[in-house]
Design a binder for this molecule. Structure first.
Ligand code: SAM
Ligand code: SF4
Length: 355
């Protein structure tokens, strides 16, 4: 029997499950600053499968696996293989976000074989110094090694069948003013040379550790203007429920995208549910720390799958989040958020929520 698909209190359907597999990471990007260790009570593979099944039944056609660094999770391929039968229930695509430094040729092939559709690799600089600065590495030599690993990972993924021309392989870059905004053109050139879409992300006020200030944000409009001055661009728009506005290089050099969650929030059609590695369900990336719904009571062996679906459906129906729009209103009203990260933990951390 088909399960009714819930709308939230603002009429938004559930479309995407972002499932974090670990809070740990092998890097320490200062804008993210992950925990060194896992929270207690990590979900098992079976519990994760149950969460994905419930979300798919409620309308999530897209599953994005993330972290922390998801390649640190040894059961990643097993989970991807285990969710394949859910394609018959409406799961259309399975994607992975990774920093790429651990993606060997064998791992890329294993992920493809398990049934992964898309990979997005994160890279915030095109030289060793910039990569080191953005990834929290000791020096430019360590940065150059990480950069080489990601460049190799791009080719491993491509060779394993993740075709950038079909949107199956993309590059993410967070841009921070004064730290790596000089990397805009080098990163765009790197992505163009490799036939990849570069997705430029505005630096966000996620978590409590990165000392975010509005002045550190390079707006999507500015990023587009700076890249467009070098390679003229034509707007393709933001697909419904998408996070990124896309642009086409007029010279045929592919596309570039910008995620403007600070300067042009897209809460209005946000369809994303986030579940942390320890089973807390959050309906907004900017939710207060600890406020997620703990799904573990519904994930015990004796519980019925319908109960978990119902708990998630109720959570989704109550959802009223529009944090980014409210933040922008505050900035427009003149209270620009400076110093707003002081005091008790306001937001859950990015590496915990999975971006
Ligand atoms: N470790 C993986 C990676 O880096 O791709 C997956 C997890 S990471 C939290 C997911 C995405 O969030 C990455 O593309 C990362 O650059 C982005 N991210 C992390 N902190 C951010 C912040 N403060 N503002 C904007 N994007 C951020
Ligand atoms: Fe790790 Fe990704 Fe966070 Fe960087 S952004 S510290 S790679 S989880």
């Amino acid at each position: 029997m088909a399960v009714p698909q819930p709308l939230d209190s603002l009429g938004r359907p559930l479309g995407v499950l972002r499932l974090s597999l670990t809070a740990r990471c092998n890097l320490a990007c200062p804008y993210c600053l992950p925990d060194g260790q896992e929270p207690p009570g990590l979900l098992t593979l079976e519990q994760r499968l149950a969460v994905v099944a419930a979300a798919v039944a409620l309308g999530a056609g897209s599953l994005r696996l993330t972290g922390g660094e998801p390649l640190l999770q040894p059961q990643l391929e097993a989970l991807i293989a285990a969710v394949q039968p859910l394609r018959r229930q409406g799961l259309r695509e399975i994607a992975l976000t990774s920093n790429g430094t651990l993606l060997t040729a064998a791992r890329a092939r294993a992920l493809r074989q398990a049934g992964l559709d898309r990979i997005t690799l994160s890279l915030d600089g095109a030289d060793g110094g910039s990569v080191a600065r953005m990834a929290g590495l000791t020096d430019a030599r360590a940065g150059a090694r990480a950069l080489d690993a990601v460049l190799a990972a791009i080719e491993h993924a491509r060779n394993a069948g993740f075709d950038p021309a079909a949107g199956a392989l993309k590059l993410n870059a967070v841009i921070q003013r004064g730290r790596n905004d000089d990397q805009l053109l080098p990163l765009a050139a790197l992505a163009r040379e490799r036939g990849l879409e570069l997705r430029l992300i505005e630096y966000m006020d996620v978590g409590n550790r990165n000392g975010w200030r509005p002045a550190d944000v390079v707006s999507a409009a500015e990023m587009v203007e700076r890249i467009g001055a070098r390679w003229p661009l034509e707007a393709l728009g933001r697909p419904g429920h998408g996070t990124a506005g896309r642009w086409r290089y007029r010279d045929g050099g592919g596309t570039v995208a910008v995620v403007a969650s600070i300067s042009a929030p897209f809460c209005g059609d946000c369809n994303r549910l986030r579940v942390t590695a320890d089973g807390l369900a959050y309906t907004c990336l900017f939710a207060p720390a600890g406020s997620g719904l703990d799904l573990r009571p519904w994930l015990q062996e004796d519980r019925d799958a319908a109960e978990l679906r119902q708990a998630l459906a109720q959570l989704w129906q109550r959802r009223a989040d529009r944090y980014s729009e409210e933040r922008q209103q505050q900035i427009n009203d003149g209270s620009d958020g400076e110093g707003e990260q002081e005091g008790p933990a306001r937001h859950a951390e990015m590496a915990y929520l999975g971006g």
